[in-house]
Design a protein around this ligand. Sequence first.
Ligand SMILES: *Cc1c(COP(=O)(O)O)cnc(C)c1O
Length: 374
Amino acid sequence: MQVPLLDLRAQYAPLKEQILAAISEICDSQRFILGPKVEELEAQLKQYCSSVGAVGVTSGSDALIIALMAEGIKAGDEVITTPFTFFATVGAIVRVGAKPVFADIDPATFNIDPARIAEKITPRTKAIIPVHLFGQAADMDPIMALAKKHDLIVIEDACQAIGAEYKGRRVGSIGDYGAFSFFPSKNLGCFGDGGVVTCNSEEREKKLKIFRNHGQSNTYIHDYVGGNFRLDALQAAVLSIKLKELDKWSAARQKNGAEYDEMFKAVGLGDVIVTPQKAAYGVRHIYNQYSIRVLNGKRDALKAYLSENGIGCAIYYPLSLHLQNCFAELGGKAGDYPVCEQTTREILALPIYGECPREQREFVVATIAKFFGK
Ligand SMILES: *Cc1c(COP(=O)(O)O)cnc(C)c1O
């Protein structure tokens, strides 16, 4: 049996005609940049994310960068974030010239630990970027309290978490900004690269729209140096159609996650496998990934064994960001963020996508049990 980590073809098949018709309509109009399709998507996303503003952009990476640019964050400023995230979170901070400052993670949720953030705040701190990793919200109340106390901007990296909730509130509507990615492997993916940045005021929304278009406030009048961060109409049209299915897809992932939890429990691997923990603070977890911890130093051997048996799995992420070559001059060393570093040695993502058949997931668990001699 072959079990891919992700297969998007089953999701596409029932929408194919509708999507091709929408693409054809845009090709006929020959209007590809921004325009009504992007505006329609932005209106839908504001509603879906419960945010005041939503501005379509080129990618999740650019959603982070444009939020930092709109706040004027620059060289000499510090931005606190997690060392356990996709590279783009930290890359965005460095690309605007600011200094990333890391705070270690909570071992249960893999998300930034608010108690560790408090220790890192200095007079130069301008913002906090919590990441809602794997589709589960970070602990936002203490983060927002710290931000209020120290007058900091909060940019939620919600790239893996569209529709996720924290205490009943949608991610991307809690901080000042939310960055979302429509990379194909996210719960809501487009047919290429795309993203959206949400925000909590109309003023910020207006500024983001100016920054998205080279800082242009009126035709060829530039108030800022922005960039070309425009979402295109083809991606927006695809996303508008797919957004209507998103809750169904996320529910299928939740069901698959719950079934994995039961299967692992039934097979009795509790001493070697830790299944994903639901945060105690109350969340709607949308399971962009189902990432287990593999204890006793067996992760890499298990991953190789699963691959030999035709099972797709992946390590998100194998190296803490403070140990990346490109950040060497920040002076990070092994041992600085022990919880994150241990997690990078234990984490393993299994196939969780909505259409993944039950018998394939049963095979995944049975193969893991076999590896451990159960
Ligand atoms: C995917 C992702 C990004 C970047 O999104 P792109 O659309 O690929 O640029 C940023 N942060 C996190 C946590 C992500 O998972």
